[in-house]
Ligand binder design. Structure first.
Ligand code: GLA
Length: 395
C-alpha cells in the first residue's frame, strides 16, 4: 500500500470519512549556506522524505490535528489561534493556519491526519515539510488557489513569528517549488529561481552525523544578528547597501577597519559563499563535475573557520567522505552544529561510499550514522483526492 492510501485508511479509522492527501518534501542544501537571510543565493533540492497531510473539512470552525509521529491529537478553534505557539509540535500546523488567516485567507474547520518521514532534528527541514503540506491542505480545502511563493513566505512567517525560529526562506521555498531531478538556484532577494539539472551519474548522498548540539538555535540567531550589525556598520561607508548581497569582496576588504575581526570573517563567508553558488550553477549548467570538489571544500572550510557553525562530527564526516572513491564533493549542509553533510557521489560508487563512510565514521566518533542515497524530488503536491473527478496531481 502506498503512503497516500495508508493515510486514507488511517484517516478513515480515526475520523470516519474520506479525505484528500497532500505531500510536501524536506530538502537538502547543495551550496549557499547562511546566505538566504542575507538576501543571497542558495541551491537546495527537495528530497524523497516528506510530510503527508490527509484532510477533510468540518462543519464547525475547529481544526482537529492528529500526528502519527507523536501519536497525539490536538484541537484548536480557528478563530482563537492567538499569534504565538506554546512549544508543542502543533505549533507548526497551527502557525500556518494563523499566518494564512492573518494574510486574509478565510479557512474552513477541518480534520487533519499528519504523518512524516523526514528525519527530525537532522537539518533536513521536517518543519518546512509539515508547514507546506498543511498550508496546501488548508488552502485547497477552503477552495483557495495555490500560489507557491506566497505560501512559502507565509510558512516562513509562521515559523519566524508563531514558532519563534528566525529562519530564512530557503526551506519553505524549495519544499513548495522543488523539481524532480533538479536543484533550484534561488535568489533569496528577488525570489526568482531556476531549476538546474543535476549532472549525469551524480547521486546526492546525505550523511547524518546523528548529533544535534544545543548551540544550534541560539547561535543561528547570533549569526543573523552579526550579519545585520555588519550591514549597519558597512552602510556608513557604503550608503545604499541593504544586505551583504550588495557588498563585493573588494568593498569588504576596503572597509575592513569598520568591522571587528569576527564580523569581518562572518561577512567574508557570506560574500564568498554567494560566489561559490554561482560557480556550482555554472558547472551544473555545463554538465560538469570538474572543480566541484574544490568549491564544496572551500564552502565547508569557510563555514568551519569564518562562520564557525561546523563541529567535530561534521568535520570528521566531510574528511572521511573526501577519502572515498567516486566523490565529487562534500560539505556540511543546513544550519550547522550537527545534522548532515551533503555529498556528490558517482552513482556506481554510492553504495560502497555508504558502507565505508558508515564504518569509518563509527570508528572515529562512536556513533553509527544514517546515510541516505537520494534523488532530487518534486515539491508540494496533491497526491490523492476524495473527489474522483479532480486531477491527481496539481502543479
Ligand atoms: C537553516 C534555515 C535556513 C538557512 C540555513 C542555513 O536551515 O532554516 O533558512 O538559513 O539554516 O543556510
Amino acid at each position: 500500500m502506498n503512503k497516500a492510501h495508508e493515510l486514507l485508511t488511517s484517516f478513515k479509522a480515526r475520523f470516519g470519512t474520506s479525505a484528500s492527501v497532500y505531500r510536501a518534501p524536506g530538502r537538502v542544501n547543495l551550496i549557499g549556506e547562511h546566505t538566504d537571510y542575507n538576501g543571497g543565493l542558495v541551491m537546495p533540492a527537495a528530497i524523497g522524505f516528506s510530510c503527508w497531510v490527509a484532510i477533510a473539512p468540518r462543519e464547525d470552525r475547529n481544526l482537529i490535528l492528529y500526528s502519527e509521529n507523536y501519536s497525539e491529537a490536538y484541537e484548536a478553534d480557528l478563530d482563537e489561534l492567538g499569534d504565538r505557539g506554546s512549544g508543542h509540535w502543533a505549533d507548526y500546523p497551527l502557525g500556518v493556519a494563523w499566518a494564512l488567516g492573518d494574510a486574509g485567507y478565510r479557512l474552513r474547520g477541518a480534520n487533519l491526519y499528519i504523518a512524516g518521514d523526514v528525519p527530525q532534528g537532522a537539518g533536513l527541514s521536517s518543519s518546512a515539510a509539515i508547514e507546506v503540506s498543511t498550508g496546501c491542505a488548508l488552502l485547497s480545502t477552503a477552495n483557495h488557489p495555490l500560489d507557491r511563493t506566497k505560501l512559502a513566505l507565509l510558512c516562513q512567517r509562521a515559523e519566524n513569528e508563531f514558532v519563534g525560529a528566525r529562519v530564512g526562506i530557503m526551506d519553505q521555498f524549495v519544499s513548495c517549488h522543488g523539481r524532480a531531478g533538479h536543484a533550484l538556484l534561488i535568489d533569496c532577494r528577488s525570489l526568482e529561481f531556476r531549476p538546474l539539472k543535476l549532472p549525469p551519474r551524480v547521486r546526492l548522498v546525505i550523511c547524518n552525523t546523528m548529533v544535534k548540539h544545543k548551540l544550534q538555535a541560539s547561535e543561528y540567531n547570533v549569526r543573523r544578528a552579526e550579519c545585520e550589525e555588519a550591514v549597519r556598520r558597512l552602510s556608513e561607508a557604503l550608503p545604499g547597501i541593504s544586505s551583504l548581497r550588495d557588498v563585493s569582496p573588494e568593498q569588504l576588504a576596503e572597509n575592513r577597519n569598520v568591522l571587528s575581526e569576527t564580523l569581518y570573517r562572518r561577512c567574508r563567508h557570506v560574500i564568498s559563499e554567494n560566489k561559490r553558488v554561482r560557480k556550482v550553477a555554472e558547472l551544473f549548467g555545463a554538465r560538469k563535475t570538474e572543480g566541484l570538489r574544490e568549491v564544496m571544500a572551500a564552502s565547508h572550510e569557510s563555514l568551519r573557520d569564518d562562520y564557525e557553525v561546523s563541529c567535530r562530527e561534521l568535520d570528521a564526516m566531510v574528511e572521511i567522505a573526501g577519502r572515498q572513491q567516486g566523490v565529487y564533493g562534500a560539505r556540511m549542509t543546513g544550519g550547522g552544529f550537527g545534522g548532515c553533510t551533503i555529498n556528490f557521489v558517482n552513482v556506481e560508487h554510492a553504495e560502497e561510499f555508504q558502507r565505508r563512510v558508515s564504518a569509518e565514521y563509527e570508528a572515529a566518533i562512536g556513533l553509527r550514522p544514517d546515510i541516505y542515497i537520494c534523488e532530487a524530488s518534486q515539491g508540494a503536491e496533491l497526491v490523492e483526492t476524495a473527489a474522483e473527478n479532480l486531477p491527481k496531481v496539481t502543479r
